[in-house]
Design a protein around this ligand. Structure first.
Ligand code: HEC
Length: 162
């Protein structure tokens, strides 16, 4: 019994160390300020503050990688959320989106937060300060709606890709 426990322990240790060899990509590509959402849209500072606090870690190139993002298997999960998050919505490269995509992303921002799908609930467990208050929710949904309507105007050229 004792011997098998010892081997179980050794196996867990070896596997635990072994998986550390597979490190995910944790890069923060450099940010071109002229391409951020802040440069190409009307974003009031209070809206920017909410994005920076609650969304940036997965939806920008300014991810703050937490300590557990260096330890497998948590590292894989965190990196995967960041990769997928950046693919779906990247506040750092917003200017690269075509107008239709911007309009659609603005709609999704409102929908996702209204439905409490974003910020990801598992993220909020570890980052309680990223929780959106009722007034944050109101602020972001109203802002997204206003910007959506402004861009969606048939003669609006503002959202065009430069
Ligand atoms: C912990 C990482 C994380 C945080 C923080 C986060 N998101 Fe996301 N977000 C994701 C991932 C992963 C996806 C893609 C998978 C999905 O849709 O569930 C996503 C998808 C989205 C989408 C695209 C949905 C679609 O289907 O097109 C929007 C819009 C979005 N997030 C907005 C936000 C906003 C706004 C915030 C901040 C209030 C936020 N997210 C915070 C990880 C995150």
């Amino acid at each position: 019994m004792k011997k098998s426990l010892k081997w179980t322990g050794i196996t867990i240790l070896v596997v635990g160390l072994g998986i550390q060899l597979r490190q995910p990509d944790r890069t923060n590509p450099s940010v071109d300020e002229s391409k951020t959402i802040y440069a190409s849209m009307k974003v009031p500072p209070e809206v920017k503050a909410v994005f920076e606090r609650s969304c940036n870690d997965c939806h920008s190139h300014q991810t703050r990688w937490p300590w557990y993002s260096y330890i497998a298997p948590a590292s894989w999960l965190v990196a995967d959320d960041v990769k997928q998050g950046r693919q779906k919505l990247n506040l750092s490269t917003w200017a690269d989106y075509r107008k239709n995509r911007k309009v659609n992303r603005l709609e999704e921002i409102g929908d996702q937060i209204k439905n409490k799908e974003m910020p990801l609930p598992k993220y909020l467990l570890l980052h309680p300060s990223a929780q959106l208050s009722a007034s944050d929710l109101e602020l972001i949904t109203q802002w997204a709606e206003k910007e959506h309507d402004r861009l969606a105007e048939p003669d609006s050229t503002e959202g065009e890709k430069k």
